[in-house]
Design a protein around this ligand. Structure first.
Ligand code: NAP
Length: 359
């Protein structure tokens, strides 16, 4: 048996159960990992409270399996290999590894075309297969990547979901260039902060939002060029236009799903700009722009669905070279899973809540 945290049904914090569960099986192509760090993400919250089941009518993402219950949550996991199946070639006991948040199916046509994030026939950890909230996890060989020696388990787990995905947004989908101005909503969250870091590394200036005065101050200290309060949209737009000398921003990347912020992301966009609505509160309603809006600004709208293998490699390399620094709000023992969900769900922290299964 091993310690793990699981849910049997969707609901409030009390559906999270920490206890003893069967040790995972290790098949001939599997790598068994002793988990040293895992975390709570926005996805975990939506899974737990049932938003995802409503959003996807429990059909899973297109081309993927439905979301199962019971589930062991935790998109991110890092740890040490303790056993490998007889056909595993790339790993051996003692290797330090990162669990890929977006593993690819190497034989799917989308992966061959360089769009492995869209490959089908693969289950993501914490989506349709068990996530990292456990002392041990067993997954196929192509679900893991070796950790550079100088990268800590905690830093890699903290950034492994948000940094690769936001790397794809900034570098690939938006093609941010030096001198651009990027408007990122909600940079106190994992995704928004990672976007801020990649945008700055690309040579851009970054404007962001926060509803909290304390977090606005912290975001300035973490490198934001301008932080606006979304409680006053008129003033926020004025500040953005003043910052960009009336031109507007080249890119708006929207993480909250708040209709006012979607509107602001559009109003703040310069002619020919690009807007990327990423996620936020689950809303199936229409986006607040008309065809005439698209025409008059000649704006580009881009979608995003996860990251490719290469984004995940770039994340580890940038981490190893000290170019990025995922924010860690606190580290808690896995048995405090309910408190960890509470902190993330209430947006009480800036940075990731890391869970340690062996504390
Ligand atoms: N499409 C994809 O491939 C993909 C991949 C990963 C994540 N996502 C999505 O990206 C989103 C961001 O992820 P995250 O983990 O960084 O989210 P998060 O921590 O839940 O939210 C980010 C920040 O946005 C602000 N915020 C949240 N709701 C708001 C609202 N209604 N109005 C104004 N501000 C609000 C909060 O900042 P303040 O409290 O400071 O205002 C919060 O800290 C999530 O919805 C996630 O599901 C999508």
């Amino acid at each position: 048996m091993m310690k793990a945290a699981r849910i049997n049904q969707c609901g409030g914090l009390d559906v999270l159960e920490y206890g003893d569960f069967p040790f995972p099986e290790v098949g001939p192509f599997d790598v068994l990992v002793k988990v040293m760090a895992t975390s709570v993400s926005g996805w975990d919250i939506k899974y737990r409270n049932g938003d995802l089941f409503a959003k996807f009518e429990n059909k899973g993402l297109p081309g993927r399996a439905a979301f199962p219950l019971p589930q062991q949550l935790g998109r991110e996991a890092t740890g040490e290999v303790v056993e490998v199946g007889e056909h595993v070639r790339a790993f051996s006991a003692g290797d330090r590894v990162l669990g890929l948040v977006h593993p690819e199916n190497p034989s799917d046509l989308n992966a061959v075309r360089g769009l492995g994030n869209l490959s089908v026939g693969i289950d993501y950890p914490g989506h349709a297969m068990k996530g990292g909230n456990a002392q041990y996890v067993s997954r196929p060989e192509h679900y893991w990547m070796k950790l550079p020696d100088n990268v800590s388990y905690e830093a890699a787990a903290a950034g492994s979901w948000s940094y690769p995905t936001s790397h794809r947004i900034v570098v690939d989908r938006c093609n941010v260039r030096p001198g651009d101005v990027v408007f990122v909503t909600g940079a106190s969250g994992g995704m928004g902060y990672a976007t801020l870091e990649w945008a700055r590394l690309s040579g851009a200036s970054v404007i962001t939002t926060s509803r909290s005065e304390k977090k606005r101050q912290a975001l300035y200290e973490l490198g934001a060029d301008l932080v606006v309060d979304p409680a006053n949209i008129t003033s926020a737009l004025e500040q953005i236009l003043q910052f960009t000398r009336g031109q507007g921003v080249e890119h708006s990347i929207e993480f909250t799903g708040n209709p006012d912020l979607l509107d602001l992301s559009f109003s703040a966009l310069r002619l020919g700009g690009t807007i990327c609505p990423v996620g936020g509160d689950v809303q199936r309603g229409p986006l607040p722009w008309s065809i005439m809006d698209l025409v008059s600004k000649e704006m580009n709208v881009v979608g995003i669905r996860g990251s490719r293998l290469n984004d995940q490699r770039v994340f580890l390399e940038a981490l190893s070279r000290g170019l990025i620094k995922p924010q860690i709000a606190c580290e808690l023992p896995l048995r405090e899973i309910r408190e960890a969900h509470r902190l993330v769900e209430n947006h009480e922290v800036l940075g990731k809540v890391i869970l340690k299964p062996w504390l």
